[in-house]
Ligand binder design. Structure first.
Ligand code: FES
Ligand SMILES: [Fe+2]
Length: 404
C-alpha cells in the first residue's frame, strides 16, 4: 500500500519535471525515490568492474560493493571469469570479506560453508542426510566483457552488450584495450546522492571555475570558435598518428531498446599538451599501434555509470556507484599498456596527478551541491547550453523511473 502511494507520488513528481531544468529535491533526498531507482535503474544497468588483467590467474578474485549488493568476480580453474553474489546460501552472510586476492575456495566466515571458484558449495558441516549441496551454489550475477573491460549487472536479464561490443570494437582497438593493465586505482567516497556525482561528470560548465589544472589542457570550456579550430587541427593530425575519425552516439535516451547505451568521441587538448600530464609531456608509452601524439583525448561511455577517457598513452576509467541515497563512491582506474614497466615507463604519481586533483575538487563541489539541494530554499534552476549532456542524462533517469 505504502509502495503504491510512493509510486503514484513519484509518478506525479516525474510528470511535474520541467524539461531543461535540474531535478526536484525529492529525487535526491527521498528514500522512496532511491528504492525505485534500485529496482528500475541500479539493478538493471551495467557497472564497469575493472580490467580482465586484474584477474590474470585462476583463483584471482575481486569484490565489488554497489548499493546493497556485493559481488565476487573470480577466474575459475577453466580460465573463465564469473561473477557471484557474495551472499552465503546458508543464512546470507557475506562470504568473502577481502577486497581481492587469489584463492582456491571461499569459506563463509559465519559457519564455514565452503565454495569453490566456480561457486559450487563443496563443504557444509552437520547438515541433514538429504541436504543437496549442488542446490546451494552461490548465485550467479550477470557478467560481460567488452574488449578486456569487465562489467557486472544485478539483473538476470541485463541490457544487451552486443551493440557496444560491435560498435566500439574499432575505437577500442586503436588503444588495444584487451592488452592494457591497471597501473593504479583509487576510490573516492563522496557523501552525496549518486545522481549529483554523475550529473557533475556530464558537464564542464563548472570546469573553468573548479578545475584550474584540467582547464589548462582540456578545451571543453573554451568558446566554440576557438574549440573548433583546435578540434580541426587535431582531426588533421589524427590519421598520421594512427588514429581514426570515429563518432558513436547511442547514449542514454539514444540507446537502442534492450541495449546498454554507449558512445565514443575524441576532443582536442590545448596546443602543447600531448596528454593529460602536469607539463603536457608524455606519461607512458603510446597505446596500441599509435605512432605519435595527436593532442587529443577520447571519451567513451558505457551505460549509465561508467565513463572512460583515453589519452594517447593512458586511459582513465571512472565508475560512479551508489552506496545509499546519501552516499556514493567514485572508483578510478588508470590503465597503461601491459608491457609498460613502472619506474621505467611511467610514474604512478605523475600518471594519476590530473584526475586525482580533479576528482578531489569535484568531490568538494558535489558535496556543496548536495548540501544546498537539501535546503528548504532549493528550487531546480535552468541548465546552460554547456549542460546539454546532463540534461539528456536527467531525461533518461526520469524515463527509466517512469517505466511500469
Ligand atoms: S551464513 Fe554462511 S555458513 Fe552460515
Ligand atoms: Fe569536474
Amino acid at each position: 500500500m505504502t509502495q503504491e502511494r510512493d509510486r503514484s507520488s513519484i509518478d506525479a513528481l516525474i510528470a511535474a519535471h520541467e524539461p531543461g531544468h535540474a531535478l526536484d529535491q525529492r529525487f535526491y533526498t527521498d528514500p522512496a525515490v532511491y528504492e525505485l531507482e534500485l529496482e528500475k535503474i541500479i539493478a538493471r544497468n551495467w557497472f564497469l568492474a575493472g580490467h580482465v588483467s586484474e584477474l590474470a590467474e585462476p583463483g584471482d578474485f575481486k569484490v565489488l560493493n554497489i548499493a546493497r549488493e556485493s559481488v565476487i568476480l573470480v577466474r575459475g580453474g577453466d580460465g573463465a571469469i564469473r561473477a557471484f553474489a557474495n551472499v552465503c546460501r546458508h543464512r546470507g552472510s557475506l562470504v568473502c570479506l577481502e577486497k581481492s586476492g587469489n584463492t582456491r575456495k571461499f569459506v563463509c566466515p559465519y559457519h564455514g560453508w565452503t565454495y569453490d571458484t566456480d561457486g559450487r558449495l563443496v563443504a557444509a558441516r552437520s547438515m541433514p542426510q538429504d541436504f543437496d549441496r549442488s542446490e546451494h551454489s552461490l548465485r550467479s550475477v550477470s557478467y560481460g566483457e567488452i574488449h578486456g573491460l569487465m562489467f557486472v549487472c544485478f539483473s538476470g536479464e541485463p541490457p544487451s552488450l552486443e551493440g557496444a561490443i560491435r560498435d566500439l570494437a574499432e575505437p577500442m582497438a586503436l588503444f588495444d584495450f584487451p592488452n592494457l593493465k591497471v597501473a593504479a586505482k583509487n576510490a573516492y567516497d563522496i557523501p552525496a546522492n549518486w545522481k549529483l556525482c554523475i550529473e557533475n561528470y556530464q558537464e564542464c560548465y563548472h570546469c573553468a571555475t573548479a578545475h584550474p589544472e584540467y582547464a589548462r589542457m582540456h578545451t571543453l570550456m573554451v568558446e566554440p570558435s576557438k574549440r573548433e579550430r583546435l578540434q580541426q587541427n587535431m582531426l588533421d593530425r589524427m590519421e598520421a598518428c594512427g588514429l581514426k575519425k570515429i563518432f558513436v552516439d547511442f547514449l542514454d535516451t539514444k540507446a537502442r531498446p534492450g541495449e546498454m547505451g554507449y558512445g565514443y568521441s575524441r576532443k582536442a587538448l590545448f596546443d602543447g599538451y600531448l596528454t593529460g600530464s602536469r607539463d603536457g609531456g608524455p606519461l607512458a608509452p603510446l597505446l596500441g599501434n599509435l605512432t605519435d601524439y595527436d593532442g587529443g583525448a577520447s571519451d567513451f561511455s558505457f551505460g549509465a555509470f561508467s565513463f572512460l577517457l583515453a589519452y594517447s598513452d593512458h586511459v582513465v576509467c571512472y565508475v560512479f556507484t551508489p552506496v545509499d541515497h546519501r552516499n556514493s563512491r567514485c572508483e578510478i582506474y588508470w590503465l597503461v599498456r601491459a608491457d609498460a614497466e613502472e619506474g621505467r615507463d611511467y610514474d604512478v604519481e605523475e600518471l594519476t596527478w590530473l584526475w586525482d586533483v580533479t576528482t578531489q575538487s569535484d568531490k568538494t563541489i558535489i558535496v556543496n551541491n548536495w548540501k544546498g539541494v537539501r535546503s528548504r530554499h532549493y528550487t531546480p534552476g535552468p541548465f546552460s547550453s554547456m549542460e546539454e549532456a546532463e540534461g539528456i542524462y536527467v531525461e533518461w533517469i526520469l524515463r527509466e523511473l517512469a517505466r511500469p
